[in-house]
Design a protein around this ligand. Structure first.
Ligand SMILES: C[S@@+](CC[C@H](N)C(=O)[O-])C[C@H]1O[C@@H](n2cnc3c(N)ncnc32)[C@H](O)[C@@H]1O
Length: 306
């Protein structure tokens, strides 16, 4: 049985839009528009229990999940949202024990999520150039309880000659110009390792795809993930009024080895080209002959009439 203690993390849940994530501190109270709750009253209760505010409203004491931490994250930058996080994990096959490279830590949303999957044997090596964002990320990663599985580096992999990590299972890139780092990322990935890049615009997808092909990546796929909330209530279930806005596109690919173009391939191509040229020529000649014959026939017919 999971019992709430002093300092335990708790999601005080009233409804989907009114919820508060905090660590229990026995002298504190939670003040909200639905009333006041004393943290001390939560101590000793099982997660899932409920308390009543001084305005007679029930609030549930839930054990926070990674989703809750991410939805309550302090934003220094744009973040990757759960609708995309799930697909990233599934498509790249992220699992316990893997080594993950991340370029563009930002607020640490993707970092925390991925660390929670690769732990306890895996690790996330994350790079950023902005010290302020790195501090915000550090705080967010700590709050979500995965600091032990993350190493933050202040290094610009676009310009640095260093190859600070190698043999990575997955590389996650969230930069404005991800195509710039592709050759370097290739050196850090293991064979058939996966890449995911977060691209807010289609222009980025285009440039990135070209760089991926040039750098011998295969299984390239660009996607957009849209989530639509349903309000399910007896007799009046419908889509929620919440609009669907654009967040980002995702681009996935896997490191491959195209190898040198063999002579056989070249010979085959040349042969194929020659055959095609011959066929085309033959077809053209045939068409010309048929046309000439038709014209001749018509002329003969005309002169017969006259
Ligand atoms: C959109 S944010 C990443 C958000 C992150 N994926 C998240 O879920 O919280 C982009 C980050 O890339 C960082 N950045 C920009 N250029 C960089 C570079 N050359 N190397 C590493 N990070 C860089 C920025 O400082 C910023 O923190």
């Amino acid at each position: 049985m999971a019992i709430i203690k002093n300092k335990s993390p708790v999601l005080f849940f009233y409804n989907n839009s009114k919820k508060w994530l905090m660590n229990i501190s026995k002298k504190e109270s939670l003040h909200t528009h639905i009333g006041v709750l004393k943290h001390a009253d939560a101590i000793g209760k099982e997660y899932g229990s409920r308390l009543m505010t001084n305005k007679d409203k029930y609030v549930y004491l839930l054990e926070p999940t990674m989703y809750d931490y991410i939805m309550k994250i302090q934003h220094g930058t744009q973040i990757v949202y759960p609708k995309d996080l799930g697909y990233i994990a599934a498509r790249a096959g992220i699992q316990d024990g893997q080594k993950i490279l991340e370029i563009g830590t930002g607020s640490g949303s993707l970092t925390s999520f991925v660390a929670s999957i690769v732990k306890p044997r895996g690790h996330v090596y994350t790079f950023d150039v902005d010290e302020n964002f790195m501090k915000i990320a550090e705080k967010n990663i700590r709050k979500s309880g995965v600091s032990k599985y993350v190493t933050q580096h202040n290094l610009d992999l676009k310009t640095s000659k260093e190859i600070p990590v190698t043999d990575m299972d997955v590389a996650l890139i969230d930069l404005g110009d991800p195509w710039v780092v592709i050759p370097k990322v290739r050196q850090m990935l293991k064979g058939s390792g996966s890449i995911f890049a977060i691209c807010p615009t289609m222009n980025q997808l285009e440039k990135l795809t070209m760089a991926l092909v040039e750098n011998e990546f295969t299984d390239i796929e660009s996607t957009e993930h849209i989530i639509r909330t349903i309000e399910a209530r007896e007799g009046k279930t419908r889509h929620s009024f919440q609009g669907i806005g654009h967040t980002t596109y995702l681009c996935f690919a896997r490191k491959a080895f195209f190898g040198p173009k063999t002579k056989t391939t070249k010979a085959k191509t040349t042969k194929a080209k020659t055959t095609k040229a011959k066929t085309t020529k033959a077809k053209t000649t045939k068409a010309k002959t048929t046309k000439a014959k038709t014209t001749k026939a018509k002329t003969t017919k005309k002169s017969t009439k006259n």
